[in-house]
Ligand binder design. Structure first.
Ligand SMILES: [Zn+2]
Length: 188
Protein backbone atom coordinates (compact mmCIF):
# COMPACT_ATOMS: atom_id res chain seq x y z
CA UNK A 1 0.00 0.00 0.00
CA UNK A 2 1.44 3.38 -0.98
CA UNK A 3 1.24 6.27 1.40
CA UNK A 4 -1.59 7.80 -0.66
CA UNK A 5 -3.51 4.50 -0.72
CA UNK A 6 -3.15 4.02 2.99
CA UNK A 7 -4.35 7.57 3.59
CA UNK A 8 -7.47 6.80 1.53
CA UNK A 9 -7.96 3.60 3.48
CA UNK A 10 -7.79 5.33 6.85
CA UNK A 11 -10.09 8.10 5.68
CA UNK A 12 -12.67 5.57 4.50
CA UNK A 13 -12.33 3.62 7.75
CA UNK A 14 -12.83 6.83 9.71
CA UNK A 15 -16.00 7.73 7.81
CA UNK A 16 -17.29 4.19 8.28
CA UNK A 17 -16.70 4.35 12.04
CA UNK A 18 -18.42 7.73 12.23
CA UNK A 19 -21.45 6.41 10.31
CA UNK A 20 -21.62 3.33 12.48
CA UNK A 21 -21.47 5.54 15.55
CA UNK A 22 -24.46 7.48 14.26
CA UNK A 23 -26.50 4.34 13.68
CA UNK A 24 -25.66 3.08 17.15
CA UNK A 25 -26.53 6.43 18.71
CA UNK A 26 -30.07 6.11 17.31
CA UNK A 27 -30.61 2.84 19.13
CA UNK A 28 -31.06 3.30 22.88
CA UNK A 29 -28.61 1.28 24.92
CA UNK A 30 -29.17 2.70 28.41
CA UNK A 31 -32.14 3.84 30.45
CA UNK A 32 -30.72 7.36 30.08
CA UNK A 33 -31.28 7.01 26.29
CA UNK A 34 -34.85 5.88 26.97
CA UNK A 35 -35.44 8.90 29.21
CA UNK A 36 -34.18 11.14 26.41
CA UNK A 37 -36.51 9.50 23.86
CA UNK A 38 -39.39 10.13 26.26
CA UNK A 39 -38.37 13.67 27.11
CA UNK A 40 -37.82 14.72 23.48
CA UNK A 41 -40.82 13.02 21.87
CA UNK A 42 -42.25 16.31 20.56
CA UNK A 43 -39.28 16.60 18.18
CA UNK A 44 -41.11 13.98 16.05
CA UNK A 45 -44.44 15.79 16.06
CA UNK A 46 -45.38 17.39 12.74
CA UNK A 47 -45.16 21.16 12.91
CA UNK A 48 -48.41 22.87 13.90
CA UNK A 49 -50.11 19.67 15.14
CA UNK A 50 -52.37 20.33 18.11
CA UNK A 51 -52.91 17.32 20.36
CA UNK A 52 -54.89 16.99 23.61
CA UNK A 53 -53.22 16.55 26.99
CA UNK A 54 -53.43 13.38 29.14
CA UNK A 55 -55.00 15.59 31.82
CA UNK A 56 -58.04 16.36 29.63
CA UNK A 57 -60.17 13.21 30.00
CA UNK A 58 -62.56 12.25 27.22
CA UNK A 59 -65.60 10.45 28.61
CA UNK A 60 -68.30 9.33 26.19
CA UNK A 61 -71.23 6.94 26.45
CA UNK A 62 -71.12 3.58 24.69
CA UNK A 63 -73.47 4.93 22.03
CA UNK A 64 -71.32 8.01 21.45
CA UNK A 65 -68.27 5.77 21.04
CA UNK A 66 -70.16 3.66 18.51
CA UNK A 67 -70.78 6.78 16.44
CA UNK A 68 -67.20 8.04 16.75
CA UNK A 69 -65.43 4.76 15.93
CA UNK A 70 -65.86 2.21 13.16
CA UNK A 71 -66.98 -1.29 14.28
CA UNK A 72 -63.42 -2.71 14.31
CA UNK A 73 -62.05 0.22 16.28
CA UNK A 74 -65.01 -0.02 18.68
CA UNK A 75 -64.40 -3.73 19.26
CA UNK A 76 -60.73 -3.21 20.13
CA UNK A 77 -60.85 0.05 22.06
CA UNK A 78 -64.14 -0.37 23.92
CA UNK A 79 -64.50 -4.18 24.14
CA UNK A 80 -60.83 -5.17 24.52
CA UNK A 81 -60.73 -7.02 21.19
CA UNK A 82 -57.51 -8.08 19.45
CA UNK A 83 -56.83 -7.65 15.73
CA UNK A 84 -55.51 -10.66 13.79
CA UNK A 85 -51.68 -10.55 13.64
CA UNK A 86 -50.07 -9.23 10.47
CA UNK A 87 -53.13 -7.20 9.45
CA UNK A 88 -52.05 -3.68 10.40
CA UNK A 89 -50.40 -1.46 7.77
CA UNK A 90 -48.61 0.17 10.73
CA UNK A 91 -46.45 -2.95 11.11
CA UNK A 92 -44.41 -1.59 8.20
CA UNK A 93 -44.60 2.08 9.15
CA UNK A 94 -41.00 3.23 9.46
CA UNK A 95 -41.20 6.98 8.81
CA UNK A 96 -40.39 9.42 11.63
CA UNK A 97 -43.50 10.59 13.44
CA UNK A 98 -45.93 10.12 16.31
CA UNK A 99 -48.57 7.44 16.98
CA UNK A 100 -51.76 8.78 18.59
CA UNK A 101 -54.90 7.11 20.01
CA UNK A 102 -57.48 6.69 17.26
CA UNK A 103 -60.20 7.29 19.87
CA UNK A 104 -59.02 10.62 21.29
CA UNK A 105 -55.76 11.75 19.56
CA UNK A 106 -53.59 11.48 22.68
CA UNK A 107 -49.91 11.03 21.72
CA UNK A 108 -48.81 7.52 22.78
CA UNK A 109 -45.57 6.51 21.03
CA UNK A 110 -42.98 7.92 18.64
CA UNK A 111 -41.36 6.15 15.69
CA UNK A 112 -38.14 6.00 17.76
CA UNK A 113 -39.89 3.79 20.33
CA UNK A 114 -41.04 1.26 17.73
CA UNK A 115 -39.19 -1.92 16.83
CA UNK A 116 -39.76 -5.02 14.72
CA UNK A 117 -40.84 -7.74 17.13
CA UNK A 118 -41.83 -10.26 14.46
CA UNK A 119 -45.17 -10.85 16.23
CA UNK A 120 -47.38 -9.25 13.58
CA UNK A 121 -48.47 -6.39 15.85
CA UNK A 122 -46.93 -2.92 16.02
CA UNK A 123 -44.49 -3.17 18.94
CA UNK A 124 -42.80 -0.56 21.10
CA UNK A 125 -40.16 -0.84 23.83
CA UNK A 126 -41.34 2.26 25.70
CA UNK A 127 -44.07 4.90 25.57
CA UNK A 128 -44.57 8.64 25.78
CA UNK A 129 -44.66 9.27 29.55
CA UNK A 130 -48.08 9.27 31.20
CA UNK A 131 -49.92 8.02 28.09
CA UNK A 132 -51.27 4.77 29.52
CA UNK A 133 -52.89 3.18 32.53
CA UNK A 134 -52.61 -0.57 33.16
CA UNK A 135 -54.72 -3.35 34.64
CA UNK A 136 -54.41 -7.11 34.98
CA UNK A 137 -56.62 -9.28 32.81
CA UNK A 138 -57.22 -13.01 33.17
CA UNK A 139 -58.83 -13.67 29.77
CA UNK A 140 -56.22 -16.27 28.85
CA UNK A 141 -56.18 -17.77 32.39
CA UNK A 142 -52.58 -16.62 32.95
CA UNK A 143 -52.61 -13.00 34.10
CA UNK A 144 -51.57 -10.42 31.50
CA UNK A 145 -50.94 -6.70 31.84
CA UNK A 146 -53.53 -4.86 29.78
CA UNK A 147 -52.91 -1.19 28.96
CA UNK A 148 -55.28 1.56 27.94
CA UNK A 149 -55.17 5.20 26.86
CA UNK A 150 -55.12 7.35 29.99
CA UNK A 151 -57.32 9.99 28.34
CA UNK A 152 -60.24 7.99 26.88
CA UNK A 153 -59.76 4.62 28.59
CA UNK A 154 -59.59 2.87 25.19
CA UNK A 155 -57.87 -0.55 25.27
CA UNK A 156 -54.68 -0.69 23.19
CA UNK A 157 -52.86 -3.93 23.95
CA UNK A 158 -50.76 -5.89 26.44
CA UNK A 159 -47.25 -5.51 27.88
CA UNK A 160 -44.85 -8.46 27.68
CA UNK A 161 -41.37 -8.99 29.14
CA UNK A 162 -39.69 -10.15 25.91
CA UNK A 163 -38.77 -6.73 24.51
CA UNK A 164 -35.27 -5.58 23.56
CA UNK A 165 -32.82 -4.12 26.12
CA UNK A 166 -32.57 -1.82 27.97
CA UNK A 167 -36.31 -1.82 28.88
CA UNK A 168 -36.95 -5.50 28.10
CA UNK A 169 -40.59 -4.56 27.50
CA UNK A 170 -42.82 -5.15 24.50
CA UNK A 171 -45.86 -2.93 24.29
CA UNK A 172 -47.88 -5.03 21.86
CA UNK A 173 -50.38 -2.64 20.30
CA UNK A 174 -53.38 -3.16 18.07
CA UNK A 175 -52.67 -1.15 14.89
CA UNK A 176 -56.40 -0.42 14.58
CA UNK A 177 -56.21 1.58 17.83
CA UNK A 178 -53.46 3.86 16.47
CA UNK A 179 -53.24 6.71 14.02
CA UNK A 180 -49.83 7.67 12.65
CA UNK A 181 -48.86 11.30 12.07
CA UNK A 182 -45.70 11.49 9.94
CA UNK A 183 -43.31 14.18 11.09
CA UNK A 184 -43.33 15.93 7.70
CA UNK A 185 -47.13 16.39 7.60
CA UNK A 186 -48.18 19.99 7.35
CA UNK A 187 -50.97 21.05 9.73
CA UNK A 188 -53.42 18.19 10.37
ZN1 LIG B 1 -57.49 7.66 23.78
Amino acid sequence: MTRRESLKFFLAAGIWTALKGRVNAAQPTSMKDIENLQKNWKALLAEGTKLPLPSEPLKLSKEEWRKRLDPTQFNILREEGTEPPGTSPLNNEKRPGVFVCVGCNLALFTSEMKYESGTGWPSFFTTIPGAFGTSTDYKLILPRTEYHCIRCGGHHGHIFDDGPPPTGKRWCNNGVALRFIPCDTKKS
